[in-house]
Design a protein around this ligand. Structure first.
Ligand code: 1GP
Length: 282
């Protein structure tokens, strides 16, 4: 094998993990919760209000995205509104020794349907391959279309394998996914090994937004035992007990979308999520 000259300019191009990837993959403190905001379902103001409630309840990341109805305009406006709200409270807490500045400083990460729904203002993007899609569109084409914009904007990429499990919902349909059934543990293992071999850092097991049943514990456990990736689980998780089961099976991150969107009142949402996160980690 030919060795690279260490003085070559290529050496300078070796990419170190950025701050968002380091934050997301640091699992020392146990499992964490992230709120998923779909810009097609709410105004940027309502999104910001829900995020503030979620972060004060202990959520550790904001994902922004949705399978349908998102575009550059609504995604960007939503990211900016959330960012401004969180920055304001981070600044306020830096002026007040009673408040914890760190806990407000959570990343806003794009979770895009494709290259046409991005924002240059996000802290990161789940740069993903929908690994069990049957169409090149979600295996490589959207990624090719989006990469130049992402590089130009300087948005940090979080390399992620994305696997849609039954029932799969809208994302399963749109993504033309060959769904993993609840007992297909060997397939889950193979996807986990493949994701790790590709050099991805995260693996997301998705049951689909609003799924009637979340990803099975068997699939989560099979993936957990087959790789060292940061394991993200979402879709159909409506209460802390379901989240706790996913965490016990090996999930590092629990994502909820619908649960959060069912509350307009910030105080109520904060109460529900505080309880959710406490049960999840019990
Ligand atoms: C969807 O996994 C997420 O991509 C969240 O699903 O809306 O069912 O919480 P829910």
């Amino acid at each position: 094998m030919k060795h690279l000259d260490t003085k070559s300019p290529r050496k300078a191009m070796v990419r170190e993990p950025g701050p968002t990837l380091r934050y997301v993959t640091n699992t020392d403190g146990g499992a964490r919760h992230a709120i998923l905001i779909d810009p097609a379902d709410q105004t940027p103001e309502m999104a910001a209000k829900r995020c503030m409630a979620a972060v004060s309840a202990g959520s550790s990341m904001v994902l922004v995205g949705g399978s349908t109805g998102t575009d550059m305009d609504n995604v960007h406006k939503t990211v900016v509104a959330i960012k401004e709200a969180l920055e304001l409270v981070t600044w306020a807490s830096s002026q007040d020794s009673e408040l914890d500045e760190e806990s407000w400083s959570v990343p806003i990460v794009l979770f895009p349907a494709g290259a046409a729904a991005l924002s240059p203002s996000a802290d990161g993007i789940t740069f993903m391959m929908l690994m069990n899609s049957t169409t090149p569109k979600f295996l490589i084409e959207e990624q090719l279309a989006g990469a130049p914009f992402i590089r130009q904007a300087g948005v940090e990429t979080l390399p992620m394998g994305y696997v849609v499990c039954a029932p799969g919902g809208r994302v399963g349909e749109v993504g033309k996914a060959d769904l993993l059934e609840a007992d297909q543990t060997e397939r889950a293992s193979a996807y986990a090994m493949t994701a790790e071999s590709y050099g991805f850092e995260l693996l997301y097991l998705e049951a689909g937004s609003g799924a009637t049943a979340p990803v099975s514990e068997e699939l989560i456990r099979a993936a957990r035992n087959s790789c060292n990736l940061t394991l993200v689980v979402g879709g159909g998780i409506r209460d802390g007990e379901a989240a706790r089961k996913a965490v016990q099976a090996g999930a590092d991150w629990i994502i909820t979308g619908n649960l959060t969107e069912s509350f307009d009142d910030a105080d109520e949402l904060q109460r529900v999520l505080t309880e959710f996160i406490s049960t999840m980690n019990s």
